[in-house]
Each structure stands twice: as C-alpha cells, then as structure tokens.
Design a protein around this ligand. Structure first.
Ligand SMILES: CSC[C@@H](O)[C@@H](O)C(=O)COP(=O)(O)O
Length: 349
C-alpha cells in the first residue's frame, strides 16, 4: 500500500501534516496545519475526509491548540482547548467520530493536573493513541468479517473507506483487503460516488496499489450489476450509526441498500464502535451535512449545469436498519435487532 499516511504529527515543528486528498490520485501534495483553525478548515474543505480520519485529525487539532498557546497559565491552555473543540466539532456535522475523539481528549484533560508543558504532552499522547488504536480496530473489523464471508467474493463498495478514510488500513475497504490478504478470491465493483468521486479517485487508487482486481461503475449501475453478475456482498462504511442501527453514510448508500434488498444481496456496514451513537434512538436524529452547489453543478471546476441551476446536495443519507444484514465492528458482528447487539459491542461484558 501507499507509504503516505493520511495524517502525521511532525514533532520537530509540532505541526500536523495531512496528505491532501483533494488532488489524489494525480498529485501527491501535503498540507501543514499549524493551529486548530487550519485543522478545522482542512476537515471542512476535505483535505482530510472519512469519519475515522477526521476524528483523529480533530484530536491532533486540540494538540495544536495546546502547543500554540504560549501562556504559562494552565487555565488559559484549558480555555483555548475548549474553544478549539467547539470550532473543530462544527467543521463537519454528520460523522460522530469527530465529537467522539474531541470528547475523549477533553475527558482526559478534565482529570489531568500539571503545568502547561504536562498538559500539552498529555493531549498529544492521547491524539497519538487515538490514531494508533484506529489502525488496530480496522484490522479487527477485517478479521471479524472473514467469519461471515464466502471463499469467493464479488463485492460492491461505495465511497472511500480505505487507508485514506482512516489513519490506516480502512474499514469496509479493510474488509476487502483482509479477505484478499487471506487468500480469498476477491473482485470489487467500485461505485464512483458522485459528486466528489471518492470511489473513482481514491478507492480505485487504493485497490490498484493493493493489487485487488476491480472495475469502477457509475452509482446508477449498481442495480443492473446485481442483476447481471453474482454479487456476494455490498460493503460500506458509516459516519454515524443510531442505537436502532439506522446508518448515515455517503449519499447513495441508501439507494444501494434498496437495490441489495431487491436482489437478495447481503448488505454489510463496517463500523468502528466510535461511530455508534447510542445517544440517538434513530436515524431521524442524525444531522445531515449539505455541501456547496458547485460540487454538483461543476466537474473539476468546469460548469456542467445551466448557470443559476438550483441543487440539493446532501453529503450523506440514512439507510434504515431493516435494510442492513449485519454491522461489523472490532468487537464483533452485530445482527438485528441492533438495539440489543449494538449496545453489546459498545459496552462489551
Ligand atoms: C471509513 S470511512 C466511513 C465513511 O466516512 C465514508 O464511507 C464516507 O461516507 C466518507 O465521506 P466523506 O464525505 O468523503 O468524508
């Protein structure tokens, strides 16, 4: 796989270096974030994207706030970090991993004592731990999925859920990768994923480097592909899963789930437990981000719609729990009724 990580802390300069995903796969370019504002902007403009990756980036954003606050008063550092958390949390509203990571760092800070240097060190250590855990969690999701997948698997995959969407390895793409690494015969139909084309650009790039055979399809082709070919599983990632199993993920996931149901194809969600939000009872309560019109009206900066065309551009949709076969987490595979199985993996015995 690519030797580029989505994010890296530079401890010579105490800055955060991000692989700029807006230019992939054709240009490898990095962005350095020196403070929390720059980190929030990089999350907002999708320099870094994917639920687990933006969670980790936000945690490092708090470390940046701590390092840029030069006060010798610990209280001032705490206030700067709390303000930074508010700013980072609002960068993208749907993926709960953002709030999850921020809350985890803030909880650590709340119980900590010491001088500003101690606090900076502590926050950075927590951010590094969140990042390292993410990679291990993704590998466990992949291994758990092996138990329920056949020897030969034709997948349909939506958006990008690979190393680029996480700190490394990936969730749904991590499942595909684990299956391939364990000698299963794997083929992937890759949804291009309008409007930002994460499938055509990022997933195709990752699969190519992994040596996994694939074909890119337009999003509208998935029903026909299920009818024409033997599809064994649809695998997708998630940005927020409600207590009843309703799942927010990249726009188009719901359509894909409906098509899978109609064709009797199992529909699997790869889900780190940090993406499960037990505070909300159903998908109706998940805030759905709407992004700028140009994502639809323009292609790589070139207008494609008549000038002044109105659009509706939700970045995510919600797939109702009844369309989901299983939710695969690092702590085990959850089956319906999700209201019981999800709380079991979030709070394992
Ligand atoms: C492991 S990534 C899971 C989801 O975050 C992914 O499927 C997705 O919807 C990403 O959306 P994006 O808008 O590119 O951040």
């Amino acid at each position: 796989m690519s030797s580029y990580r989505t994010l890296q802390w530079d401890d010579r300069t105490n800055t955060l270096v991000l692989l700029d995903q807006r230019f992939l796969p054709h240009r490898i370019q990095f962005v350095t974030c020196g403070d929390e504002q720059q980190t929030a902007e990089a999350i907002r403009n999708m320099t870094i994207r994917g639920a687990p990756a933006i969670g980790a980036a936000a945690a490092f954003g708090l470390a940046l706030a701590a390092f840029r606050c030069t006060s010798s008063n610990p209280q001032e550092i705490r206030e700067r970090i709390e303000n930074a958390a508010r700013q980072l949390a609002s960068a993208r509203p749907t993926a709960v991993n953002l709030q999850w990571a921020l809350t985890r760092v803030l909880n650590k800070l709340a119980t900590a004592e010491g001088n500003p240097e101690d606090l900076r060190k502590l926050i950075l250590e927590e951010a590094i731990q969140i990042a390292e855990e993410d990679v291990q969690i993704n590998k466990k999701i992949g291994l758990n999925a092996l138990q329920i997948l056949p020897e030969e698997i034709n997948f349909i995959h939506h958006c990008n859920t690979g190393a680029l969407a996480t700190v490394d390895y990936g969730t749904a793409l991590g499942i595909i990768r684990t299956a391939h690494e364990h000698g299963r015969k794997v083929f992937v139909f890759v949804d291009e994923t309008r409007p930002r084309l994460q499938g055509a650009k990022l997933t195709a790039w990752e699969l190519q480097q992994l040596g996994i055979p694939f074909k890119v399809i337009v999003d509208g082709a998935s029903g026909f592909v299920m009818k024409r070919f033997r599809i064994d599983a649809v695998v997708v990632g998630c940005d927020r899963v409600a207590a009843n199993g309703d799942t927010a993920n990249k726009i188009g996931t719901y359509n894909l789930a409906l098509a899978a149901k109609a064709h009797g194809v199992p529909f699997y969600v790869a889900c780190p437990t940090s993406t499960i939000d037990l505070r909300i009872t159903s998908g109706d309560q998940i805030p759905i981000e709407e992004r700028e019109a140009e994502e639809i009206t323009h292609l790589e900066g070139t207008p494609i719609c008549p000038q002044g065309t109105a659009v509706f551009n939700p970045a995510f949709d919600v797939t109702p729990a009844e369309l989901i076969t299983a939710i695969i987490t690092e702590n085990g595979v959850c089956y319906p009724p999700f209201i019981h199985s999800l709380s079991g993996v979030v709070h394992p015995a």
